[in-house]
Design a protein around this ligand. Structure first.
Ligand code: KG4
Ligand code: ZN
Length: 335
């Protein structure tokens, strides 16, 4: 059983994050450091720079959240660190640091799957007004690194229903934005530009729309964006059309995914693209049409964070699951 608060650590991509949660899931302290500035000049995440930045930031960040919670390492009951999937350098930093703390203080260690952490966030006590969704529910993970539909049937019971055949949806936003001359990461910039454009002025394809299953594909759409821009279409119209296409495709895929999980109690969205207003509206409408609510955790818990890692750790510890100190981080680790 859990004797004290859980320290959660996240370092799988370009966010360094630490959080402390009480055994009941109450958030005692949380912090996220984005490396966006370090990577922006390169137009994307550079793995080696990410690993070094995690190494420089993580120990201090862990101290900061403990201090804010009024705790020391000795007060902890367990440590949970993201151990995959993700960039291996960053994963090694977080997992090694977490194991170090666990060994030094005689604490159980939980190697958390980043995707499981996103999947379980909606179950954080008190997070959603409607209460935690009952199993099974549908997770739509739409970020820069991941794009998948997952049936969350229970703790440790996940069924991947569909995934992207090429780019993740956030990656598609970023590549399209780059073609429009917008800074990286381009998603939010593209959304702003789309706000002043006309989506009907430039017809763009809606890849896999209406096809069976719930896989995704975005590379053809990106090519169409490049072609439209080369032919002189106005940037804002292309942005608006691109966004409308993505929103429509995501809603269509979510509908198909819901049909594959007839008992689903909710559609939970996570990932940075969940910040997009058009995407949210379109997904909410698709879910409502099938009689289930769309639930979105607050944005700071939709994007990469350590609260979700600590919470996944608590869920696993409650189920009696811990990991040995020789558990190796895994760059690929499907649910
Ligand atoms: O979840 P996240 O913060 O990090 C990971 O990818 O793990 O997601 C970042 C992605 C980026 O591709 C970013 O461009 C996209 O989410 N994004 C958006 C918006 N805000 C962030 N895409 C579209 N519209 C937005 N408002
Ligand atoms: Zn993530």
């Amino acid at each position: 059983t859990l004797r004290g608060p859980v320290l959660g650590l996240e370092s799988s991509c370009d966010e360094t994050a630490a959080a402390v949660l009480a055994p009941d899931g109450a958030i005692l302290a949380e912090a996220v450091l984005s490396q966006e500035k370090e990577h922006a000049v390169f137009g994307g995440v550079v793995p080696e720079i990410a690993a070094r930045a995690h190494l420089a930031a993580l120990p201090g960040l862990a101290e900061t959240v403990l201090q804010r919670a009024g705790l020391t390492y000795g007060d902890l009951g367990a440590v949970a660190a993201t151990s995959g999937p993700g960039l291996i350098g960053g994963l090694i930093v977080g997992a090694s640091f977490g194991k170090g703390v666990a060994i030094a203080h005689g604490l159980p260690f939980v190697a958390v799957n980043h995707l499981e952490a996103h999947a379980l966030t909606a179950r954080l006590p008190g997070l959603l007004e409607a209460g935690a969704p009952a199993f099974p529910y549908l997770l739509l993970l739409v970020s820069g690194g991941h794009c998948q539909c997952v049936a969350v049937e229970g703790l440790g019971q996940y069924r991947r229903l569909g995934t992207t055949l090429d780019d993740a949806v956030g990656e598609a936003f970023d590549k399209a934005a780059k073609l429009m001359g917008l800074p990286w990461p381009g998603g939010p910039h593209l959304e702003r530009l789309a706000g002043v454009g006309d989506a009907r002025a430039v017809p763009l394809p809606r890849p896999l729309f209406g096809r069976p299953g719930c896989d995704f594909s975005f590379s053809g759409l990106k090519t169409a964006v490049a072609r439209a821009l080369a032919q002189g279409a106005a940037r804002e119209d292309v942005a608006a059309s691109f966004q409308a296409s993505v929103a429509a495709v995501l809603a269509d895929r979510a509908k198909h995914a819901l049909a594959m999980v007839p008992q689903a109690t909710a559609v939970v969205v996570a990932g940075g693209v969940a910040a997009n207003g058009a995407v949210r509206t379109s997904l909410a409408a698709a879910a409502a049409a099938l009689g289930v609510p769309m639930l979105a955790p607050p944005l700071r818990l939709c994007t990469d964070n350590a609260v979700m890692v600590a919470w996944a750790g608590i869920e696993r510890l409650r189920a009696g699951l811990t990991d040995p100190m020789d558990h190796n981080p895994r760059p690929r680790w499907p649910l």
